[in-house]
Design a protein around this ligand. Sequence first.
Ligand SMILES: *Cc1c(COP(=O)(O)O)cnc(C)c1O
Length: 395
Amino acid sequence: MIYADNAATTKMSETAINAMISAMKDTYGNPSSLYVTGQKAKEAIEEAREKIASLIGARASEIIFTGGGSEADNQAIVSTARLGAKSGKKHIISTAFEHHAVLHTLEKLRKEGFEITLLDVHENGLITAEEVEKAIRPDTCLVTIMYANNEIGTIQPISEIGAVCRSHKVPFHTDAVQAVGHVPIDVEKQNIDMLSSSAHKYHGPKGVGFLYVKKGVRITSLIEGGAQENGKRAGTENVPGIVSMAAALEEAVRDLEKNRDHLIPIRDRIIEGLDAIPHSALNGDREKRLPGNINFCFEGIEGESLLLLLDDKGIEASSGSACTSGSLDPSHVLLAIGRVHDVAHGSLRLSIGEDITEKDADYIVDSVKEVVGYLRSFSPVWRDLVSGKTEFILK
Ligand SMILES: *Cc1c(COP(=O)(O)O)cnc(C)c1O
């Protein structure tokens, strides 16, 4: 079986599992308790905080532990919006191809009277700092732009966008859930005010993440209760999750170069192989993409059927399209980069992991070629294309 859906979640590393088990056994106290067992747990999370901060160029006091990436996104956006509204600023800038944790939060704010500008994404899946700058208004209270896209893997010019926001004194948040542990990050050098991260995207446990908030940038709590996390996130800390997340990130950052050197040639081998399929197209920029991301559209087929047949061949992938019970909506990301509905439906996302081999890559390419050919052989849409009744969109 080849697991090629690492953008959805990753397998926990041995290091992360062991760290979690030790924390469950040894530091079971409540970090808010004053006796030794409680203080041991407190020390464990503070050590994790120091470690995580140092791995992204931050200070420990700038890290808030959360229950994952979605919560970190919600907290950064909702809390900054509320603070902005207090001074009459109710305009937010983002992009059309964010994760739903961002888009749905912005939709909620829109209903509450905020004005949301969703920047158009170019065909290559990128936006520019100039476009962000043009959209900034005197009443802009937040710019939130994802670091790396979870479907097509494109990496935005974050430092430049951060610089533009800083020069206009607008807080800048980035959903870096796909980037942390996969590309080098330095929040200070990259002009980032707030950054969301989630442990299960870099071989840590699910249900735990963190929000980086630069010193001086105001943030409030989404969850009311105790005074944990400096009053920024109530609730007894997920000690094993936090300790394990720090171990996972330490390992991911330590091995980052090695993993990139392994993944990029294999990624490119798969891209070249799939590119040979007629009437197909790579989604997202060829170069500015995550080391493990491959996303293609194949004309004349349904992504869902492709996935089922690949699963039969032992390849676990994703179509990158939201498949909600009964209705099949094409991916908002693919629509945002200008793919038409029919083409967006025939998409495949392969997010490969560090354990992939060249042999796996060749097996993936051969299998996709075979399955695409098979599906096209009885597709009425494909028949119309081939007969010239309808025109090909992908050359
Ligand atoms: C997975 C993901 C999230 C959500 O993180 P969870 O920890 O699953 O809540 C948010 N943004 C992006 C880009 C993601 O890939």
